[in-house]
Design a protein around this ligand. Sequence first.
Ligand SMILES: NC(=O)c1ccc[n+]([C@@H]2O[C@H](COP(=O)([O-])OP(=O)(O)OC[C@H]3O[C@@H](n4cnc5c(N)ncnc54)[C@H](OP(=O)(O)O)[C@@H]3O)[C@@H](O)[C@H]2O)c1
Length: 274
Amino acid sequence: MKPTVAILGAGSMGETFALGLLRAGWEISDLSITDRRKERIREVEFLTGVTTTSDAAQAVAGKRVILVAVKPKDVPGLLDQIRDTLEADQVVVSIAAGVTIASYETELPGIPIVRSMPNTPAAIDEGMTAYCGGAHADAAAIEDAAVVLGAVGDTIELSEDLLDAVTAVSGTGPAYAFLLAEAMTEAAIREGLPHYAAERIVHQTLRGAGMLLAGSEKSAFRLRSDVTSPGGTTAAAMYALEEGGFRTLIEDAIQAASRRSRELGRRAAGDTDG
Ligand SMILES: NC(=O)c1ccc[n+]([C@@H]2O[C@H](COP(=O)([O-])OP(=O)(O)OC[C@H]3O[C@@H](n4cnc5c(N)ncnc54)[C@H](OP(=O)(O)O)[C@@H]3O)[C@@H](O)[C@H]2O)c1
């Protein structure tokens, strides 16, 4: 059974979810969308066929899952608009980075909350979303949230204290892969490959490696060892990466993103110390 869904905030993630839910079999009439910009409302209506309004309270009325897809700083203002309309048989599913369940529960007393962190490959149904239910979210509410989040990829339930780390790993993660693709493409061009060939070769290599990793029983370490012969080309490349501090850089990047997620959450909760 597909729960009805209101999508609040029709930016890139809101659009991704709207289109993903429609691809997964939700009917246009099962969905509503809100945004605050008139031209965006027209665009999203054209793109999805779903009724889109600037009135968040109207979008929320009668929907089971309320997907909060605005920037963390805009969450408090949005909750002011829907507080009086929400009922305890609805479930608010937040995708806003860093915004805690406690801050939602303070703003929306008694309303079931599920906090989640998806990522952009959701646009091709290859997303990774971690989620966690709050104090008022019973098994049915969490199940409905998981069904909606799972429409665009894989899902995993985790405790809330891990969601800033998830934001840093999978929420931000596609950007790490895109940066690697950029760097590999530039290096390939410097080695003499024409631009069109460099891009095609790099993209397919990353796609193939990702699919091999996701589909294999072997760990990343084992797959890497399998292609690294002593004294070979991969060994030379791995040595250069390790010497240059590749692992430390990745760790620093993930720590920085995790810290930023916590800061954004504090800011959204109105803590000016953050
Ligand atoms: N993008 C990602 O990779 C990613 C991944 C995981 C999670 N997230 C989370 O997803 C959320 C949305 O991100 P996004 O990249 O989709 O942002 P976005 O493109 O800026 O979309 C947010 C949309 O919501 C609108 N909005 C803001 N306040 C509103 C209100 N009160 N009522 C109606 N509409 C309102 C914004 O309008 P304006 O243009 O006027 O501001 C904008 O169109 C963020 O909280 C982010 O942390 C993003």
